[in-house]
Design a binder for this molecule. Structure first.
Ligand code: G
Ligand code: MN
Length: 260
């Protein structure tokens, strides 16, 4: 599997799909998350959940992360070339990246190679893996901020505590795990959701809820002051050409004054 994946990366069989990030107030697309899909002939698009656990063991995770970051930069460069006004792209990065020597340099090199403005890249750091050394965290967080990329905490509320990350790094976006929505209906669930939104904003970040599938969920989030959402309600992750169409459609609807 490891070798096959290496080949898949080389042959670009792993594709960058995009899922829109939506401003709840207006319905406007304000960004997109890059998601890896492995297109296997005869099988279809394989989700990372099926192949990521294998990667972790084989240390290919780092390669996949850089691959996706490069694809996102290449896409931003392409949009610029063809005159599409870009939206910032969130790219998932595993915990292992922080242990890479010169991680920040490699990020900077990619931005420079494609002449991408750093504010168009948001690095999503998952809560799914523990963050140990705060000194190292502070150091890498600072140098990424100096480069000018944005940072997001992913899967907040679902995994190990992302508190060290929130306390030591200047985070722009806190992505609330979709499990908050399952619990959102009970009074405890609602209180938890409401206060993680407050926490995110108190730390100077913006709250974004993932996995929004119904209107009711979107309304609850809006009521509780969560400004951003992402999920099947708006769109599934789609190939970049399809996303381009959705973005154009969203923009013309916005221009016509139609909300949501
Ligand atoms: O860990 P992370 O948040 O990056 O994972 C995102 C994953 O969640 C993607 O694989 C994506 O396909 C999936 N996803 C995106 N939106 C929804 C949704 O509304 N519901 C569900 N069940 N999954 C979603
Ligand atoms: Mn993510």
């Amino acid at each position: 599997m490891g070798r096959t994946l290496r080949n898949a990366l080389k042959n670009r069989d792993i594709k960058l799909y995009l899922q829109p990030i939506v401003e709840l107030d207006s319905g406007r697309y304000v960004g997109a998350e890059a998601l890896a899909r492995w297109e296997l002939p005869g099988i279809g698009a394989v989700l990372p959940a099926s192949f990521l656990p294998l990667l972790e063991r084989r240390d290919l995770m780092v390669e996949l992360d850089f691959f996706m970051l490069e694809e996102a930069c290449a896409l931003l460069a392409y949009w610029r070339r063809v005159g599409i006004e870009p939206v910032p792209i969130c790219v998932n990065q595993s915990r292992a990246q922080f242990d890479q020597k010169e991680y920040d340099k490699r990020v900077l090199n990619l931005l420079q190679k494609y002449e991408v403005s750093p504010e168009y890249i948001t690095l999503e750091l998952t809560e799914g893996q523990p963050y140990g050394d705060r000194r190292q965290l502070r150091h890498i967080g600072k140098s990424l901020r100096n480069i000018g990329v944005r940072l997001a905490v992913d899967d907040f509320g679902a995994g190990f505590s992302a508190m060290p990350l929130l306390q030591t790094c200047d985070v722009d976006i806190v992505k609330l795990d979709s499990s908050f929505l399952l619990e959102g209906v009970s009074s405890q669930g609602r209180a938890a959701l409401e206060h993680v939104i407050v926490l995110a904003h108190a730390l100077g970040a913006t709250a974004l809820c993932e996995g929004v599938e119904t209107r009711e969920q979107a309304e609850l989030l809006w009521e509780l002051g969560c400004p951003l959402a992402q999920g099947f309600l708006y769109s599934r992750p789609v190939p970049t050409e399809v996303f381009g169409g959705l973005l154009a459609e969203n923009r013309s609807r916005q221009a016509a004054g139609c909300h949501k």
